[in-house]
Design a protein around this ligand. Structure first.
Ligand code: ARG
Length: 275
């Protein structure tokens, strides 16, 4: 299995916390844009040093959360399911990302239901784990299943701090995940136990530093440096944790995974030249 991935990222040039749409955001707290850019650049360089390809989308003024590329779309087998944001503050990000994919030769599909891309739709081996309850609506799960032709498993998120699935669960490999049980309804916890009896269970402490907002290539797992116990748990399962400081992005409720949209499947050859 190749570990080399293709990602799409967006530099946080216009990063800010001007509004609060999750419990981590406090518009009264100061944000250091230069620091956010520096942390993001470290993440970008890290991916490249790991052998991954990173595409870039131009940031748009007035869209401070656009750095969170994971929310911009879901891309599986070269098919792009566009995002439709729950909050009007982020609404214009959906078309911006879809336009990038169209321009780069992808088959794009505008969404009919509210969904926040890979924030809530995570490919895990052959199927898709899908969060709902706080952002993405249930109808989007059915839409994604039809579009991708893959089973979509609904998981209910119940804690506003873990508003996207990717804040509560990391796909580590095609057949294993790490997650924080407390973010899920009792029924969804049971589903996760059945699907992944060997899962890594994150502590409440590591979940609260958004430690699960991590990016795995099947072996190496890039995760927030504050999630120290999670890094140990991953290492003991044979994964290679790579901690990164994303403290400034955390002020908006984000982490490494939020900044990283995975592009799976046929990207047209010509965009290779633009990298
Ligand atoms: N401020 C953004 C929001 O609340 C953060 C998004 C983080 N992205 C993610 N994939 N969890 O929408």
């Amino acid at each position: 299995m190749t570990m080399s991935r293709r990602y799409l990222m967006c530099r946080p040039t216009y990063f800010a916390v001007d509004y609060a749409i999750n419990p981590w955001m406090d518009p009264a707290a100061p944000v250091d844009v230069d620091r956010a850019v520096a942390q993001w650049t470290t993440l970008y360089e890290l991916y490249r040093s790991l052998g991954h390809t990173v595409e870039l989308i131009d940031p748009v003024p007035g869209l401070p959360d656009m750095v969170f590329a994971a929310n911009g779309a879901t891309v599986v087998d070269g098919r792009v399911y566009g995002a439709q944001f729950r909050h009007p503050e982020r609404a214009d990000e959906g078309p911006a990302y879809l336009e990038w994919f169209a321009r780069n030769g992808f088959e794009v599909h505008a969404a009919k239901s509210v969904n926040e891309g890979e924030g809530d739709l995570l490919l895990a081996g052959e199927w898709i784990l899908a969060g709902t309850g706080l952002r993405t609506e249930l109808a989007a799960h059915a839409e994604a299943q039809e579009l991708f032709g893959r089973p979509v498993l609904t998981l209910q998120l119940v804690d506003p701090r873990y508003y996207h699935l990717d804040t509560a669960l990391t796909v580590l490999s095609p057949d294993n995940v790490a997650y924080f049980p407390g973010a899920f309804s009792p029924g969804s916890q049971e589903v996760l136990r059945r699907l992944y009896p060997d899962a890594v269970l994150a502590t409440a402490q590591d979940a609260a530093v958004l430690g699960l907002n991590a990016v795995s290539d099947g072996h190496r797992v890039v995760l927030p440096s504050a999630a120290t116990r999670l890094a140990e748990q991953l290492a003991s399962k044979g994964f290679a944790p790579i901690p990164v400081d994303v403290s400034e992005l955390h002020l908006a409720g984000g982490g490494p995974k939020c900044c990283t949209l995975e592009i799976r499947g046929s990207l047209s050859e010509r965009s290779e030249e633009t990298v």
